[in-house]
Design a protein around this ligand. Structure first.
Ligand SMILES: Nc1ncnc2c1ncn2[C@@H]1O[C@H](COP(=O)(O)OP(=O)(O)O)[C@@H](O)[C@H]1O
Ligand SMILES: [Mg+2]
Length: 361
């Protein structure tokens, strides 16, 4: 299949949308694609893949199975990755044959904490104080400059708080670094923040763009527990955030949906944490709180359909259901708890098994 030049791509049996990654995000993208009339083809390694239940075709292959990736890319008009840590070489290979949205360049930036911070700062955002740690000498010199407590994070491959350790002046820094595998890290100051918020921007291949209302997020042990939306924020500050986000998207030549995680400090200043160039857990409330969810909008952007700002219908709260929460019978008794259960076979503590949305207007 050659890359399409003309947008929009309309749904028909020829136009198959490729989804890379078989997790819950892949499942919810496929459900939205199907609702809009698009057939889907999933690429993911064999395993406990909830998306497999709802797609039209499945190719099970490893991330470095280049023959299978080429075969897959020949069959889809576009591929979108729900898996942030996909090797960029795999995405580059796919982009030889099909449209990859967002691009492999965007994923490479999002995969490396120091890189995404640099681009965010270039786009006007402020970030927590941070240092790149490549070796033991970097660690020693950065600890001296650290304000009291810090968080050591692996520079790549972290998610849900994994690959992070809190450290303070009394910690054994070398032991901490060794525990993270002595790999390239960033050391960040540990912030005292008022709250965490996230925003979502989206841009269609036809050039149109928009924002969802802001989310306010509450984490436990580095994992998102609850989101409420829309988050209240001073209009001037919100407008400024949007301007910086558009600049960031320009710098990335971005298409698709882009989440930005932010810290609001006690003095009202807002600092950049990280980006996710894909649907984000803190926008799962849009499945019930908006006329178009983040998954619906992603499908529109990659098909080149026009998009614009999305409003929400009242106030919403999303609660994640982890392995330890999923058998609580109370959840199932009240139909106002709108359940989204992913259908993962392997139930484990702290594994995301589903979520529920609740109107709190
Ligand atoms: N510099 C920091 N100061 C205070 N809390 C932080 C800091 N960095 C991360 N956290 C907490 O840890 C959570 C996960 O960290 P994050 O950098 O977003 O990594 P992940 O890629 O695992 O989501 C954040 O949402 C926040 O609650
Ligand atoms: Mg995060």
């Amino acid at each position: 299949m050659t890359k399409p030049n003309n947008f929009p791509i309309l749904p028909n049996d020829e136009n198959i949308l490729g989804i890379v990654g078989g997790g819950q995000l892949g499942k919810m993208i496929a459900l939205s694609a199907s609702k809009a009339g698009y057939k889907t083809h999933l690429y993911c390694p064999k395993g406990d893949n909830p998306a497999e239940a709802v797609v039209d075709k499945i190719t099970n292959g490893q991330w470095d199975d280049y023959d299978k990736l080429v075969e897959f890319s020949n069959e889809v008009f576009c591929a979108t990755s729900e898996f942030e840590n996909i090797p960029s070489k795999s995405l580059e290979l796919l982009s030889n044959k099909t449209n990859v949205v967002p691009s492999s360049f965007v994923f490479r930036c999002a995969q490396i904490r120091s890189k995404e911070k640099e681009i965010a700062i270039k786009s006007g955002f402020c970030a927590p104080k941070w240092f790149l740690i490549k070796n033991a000498d970097d660690l020693i010199s950065s600890i001296r400059k650290m304000p009291q407590e810090g968080i050591l994070k692996t520079n790549s491959l972290g998610y849900d708080g994994k690959g992070q350790l809190k450290i303070d002046k009394n910690s054994n820094f070398f032991e901490a670094w060794e525990n993270l595998g002595s790999v390239e890290c960033v050391l960040e100051e540990k912030l005292e923040f008022k709250r965490e918020i996230s925003l979502m921007y989206f841009k269609s291949l036809d050039g149109s763009d928009g924002f969802f209302p802001l989310s306010e997020n509450y984490h436990e042990n580095g994992i998102l527990k609850k989101t409420s939306a829309p988050a209240n924020l001073d209009t001037k500050i919100a407008t400024d955030l949007k301007t910086k986000t558009k600049k960031l998207a320009q710098n990335l030549n971005f298409y698709g949906v882009l989440a930005i995680e932010l810290f609001e400090l006690l003095d009202g200043n807002i600092l950049f944490n990280e980006i996710a160039p894909r649907p984000h857990n803190s926008f799962h409330w849009t499945l019930n709180g908006c006329n178009s969810s983040q998954f619906d909008i992603l499908v529109r952007t990659i098909c080149g359909l026009p998009v614009k700002d999305v409003d929400c219908n009242g106030k919403w709260e999303m609660t994640n259901l982890l392995g330890q929460d999923i058998n609580n019978m109370d959840l199932y008794k009240d139909q106002n708890y709108i359940l989204h259960i992913y259908g993962k076979k392997n139930v484990k503590a702290n594994r995301k098994m589903g979520h529920y949305n609740r109107n709190i207007s």
